[in-house]
Design a protein around this ligand. Sequence first.
Ligand code: CP
Length: 311
Amino acid sequence: MAAVTQHLSTRHLLGIKDLTAEDIHLIFHTSDNFKEVINRPIRKVPSLRDVTIANLFFENSTRTRISFELAEKRLSADVVNFSASSSSVKKGETLLDTVNNILSMKVDMVVMRHPAPCAPKFLSEHIDANIINAGDGTHEHPTQALLDAFSMQEKVGRLTGKKVAIFGDILHSRVALSNIFCLQKLGAEVTVCGPPTLIPKHIERLGVHVSYNRDETLAWCDIANILRIQLERQDIKYFPSLREYAQYFGVDRRALDRTGKELVVMHPGPINRGVEISSDVADSEHSIILQQVENGVAVRMAILYLLAART
Ligand code: CP
């Protein structure tokens, strides 16, 4: 077990790429403590009393938005929520003007989801608050990768030498990129698997294996992280039909049973049931999908708490 440091090396969480392995171990160690807190009868601690956090969502979200809001409230922070679809962004206000107006109301931390890659980084260069990236276009989704790796570690122990396969739409996935960075920093081996059109060219330069064969990849891995087919980000047809995708790359009970192994199955959500994963796998004893969601609150509490200490 690596030594646990006391402070993060950064005052923003813009991507996993910027974190050290020590940062990740510190986040996990702190998440363990907060997981214990949220399972107590009284699930609230005063750690972020007098800290004001703005959740700025310029793109749709269910899990991440609710999870951050719960994490903030469990830490006793004051919370304001902003959704672009019901804001003056619709009247043409720029990102910087929107955020500066919100900051004038004395906000200390900003959690932001935005369709433009690196929008949180742009913000961090122009304003004083701590910034947390809650997903920026097809770039990174660092809190998802941290909660994924935390959930994997909880299930199978240390990730050093473990084999993790990421299935699906790697080309459009910020979850895939953040998972690759996070898993490699923790010493895991990673394979990405999907149709050639949904695997970025030259991705092996990141140090991952590439596979176009679902069954071989399931036979290889200890953990299968299955990603959503992101039809809303696909400007052309990347495969003939959803039915054909499900047949060759969807993870269903028969494909799992053929491995003869006790695989761990994950999915960040939202799920396209019957496309990338069948219901009898998503709801099976192999699946830790709902544990991922539960762990998301503890991991986000840890990130908020540690970043607030770095103001
Ligand atoms: N996993 C994830 O980011 O889900 P949401 O889009 O619902 O936040």
